[in-house]
Design a protein around this ligand. Structure first.
Ligand code: PHE
Length: 335
């Protein structure tokens, strides 16, 4: 009875102490093992009752040890290491940066090295900064309830659908030369799936000066792509359309997973789409108070979630928002 109580009372979150307990109970000279030895020398009519008791002890000890071990194994690894008092450093478990923050700062760093400053702006915007100043015609589908979260109608107040609204604010308040990147959270009325979310992050860029041309845009993007994805990365521009740029392009980078040969990540094309870009439409410059005879500029915009997927092989966008530590801790070594 005493031994049963002892087993029930035992507790430890130290794996060495638990093992010590196991040996003390069930090792070669363990207390329960010894009882089994004694069992051989008692009279046959005592065997039944005594046998039941010893078996009960053995089961109690086995269960106890398994439960304690499981508890220790499930508890945080870092916390367990704190039990080792011989460790030289203190062992506050360090957190990790979110992959979206990591990649956003990588993007900002790359552009800051060629003279781009960071600009910020509000997430709740008006129609002018998100659409009108960017040359969206009144009937453009992006203004539809399908794509945009409206807070108020007439006059329209809404959650920005892109960070181009920051660029409008910069053009309204600064004189060229302007060189900014605009990171921020954007909102679109989309069904959530592995490749779409109603909240995501963008970094857009804007460069305005005298004589800025399409070659400047291409060279800037080429520099960016090789800094982010590696020196050998190639870029490809395909004609596209945006209301605020003319001409406009979609930018692809060569798929570094298959060296341009084609794999399931790049849908067997050898190319991955990373951003939209183009020369700022003179109408936009004028609406933001910049002389389009004197100045020209280029703009580009990319989704941080998408860039992170391509760079680190993340296959489901929803992972970014779930805060599952098993996902987040994989980025511990990156900064
Ligand atoms: N604003 C565009 C978007 O959100 C991206 C873009 C920015 C395209 C600048 C061209 C130039 O999709």
């Amino acid at each position: 009875e005493n031994l049963l109580k002892h087993i029930e009372d035992f507790s430890s979150d130290n794996i060495a102490k638990i093992e010590e307990f196991r040996v003390r109970m069930m090792g070669k000279k363990g207390e329960i093992t010894t009882l089994f030895e004694d069992f051989k020398i008692i009279t046959p009519d005592e065997k039944r009752a005594v046998g039941q008791k010893i078996n009960a002890l053995k089961n109690a000890a086995t269960e106890k040890i398994a439960a304690l071990k499981e508890f220790v194994e499930n508890s945080d690894l870092a916390a367990r290491e704190c039990d080792d008092y011989t460790r030289p450093a203190n062992c506050e478990p360090a957190g990790t940066r979110h992959p979206i923050s990591l990649v956003r700062s990588q993007i900002i760093d790359i552009f800051s090295r060629i003279g781009f400053a960071v600009a910020d702006g509000p997430e709740i915007e008006d129609d002018f900064h998100v659409f009108t100043a960017l040359n969206f015609p009144p009937e453009h589908p992006a203004r539809d309830m399908q794509d945009t979260f409206f807070i108020e109608k007439n006059p329209d107040i809404l959650l920005r659908t892109h960070t181009s609204s920051i660029q409008v604010r910069v053009m309204q308040t600064q004189k060229p030369p302007i060189r900014v990147v605009c990171p921020g959270r954007v909102f679109r009325n989309e069904a959530i799936s592995y490749r779409a979310h109603c909240i995501f992050h963008q970094v857009e860029g804007l460069y305005i000066d005298e004589n800025v041309n399409f070659a400047d845009l291409k060279q800037t993007i080429k520099y960016f792509a090789s800094e982010l994805f590696g020196e050998k990365t190639q870029i490809r521009l395909r004609p596209s359309y945006f209301p605020f740029t003319e001409p406009s392009a979609e930018v692809d980078v060569s798929c570094n997973l298959c060296a341009g040969k084609g794999c399931n990540v790049c849908k067997y094309t050898g190319w991955l789409e990373i951003m939209g870009a183009g020369m700022v439409d003179p109408n936009v410059l004028e609406m933001c108070g910049i002389d389009s005879q004197k100045y020209s500029g280029f703009a580009f915009g990319m989704g941080v979630e998408r860039i992170t997927m391509l760079k680190y092989g993340v296959k489901d966008l929803r992972l970014y928002f779930e805060n599952d530590l098993r996902f987040l801790e994989q980025f511990k070594a990156i900064y």
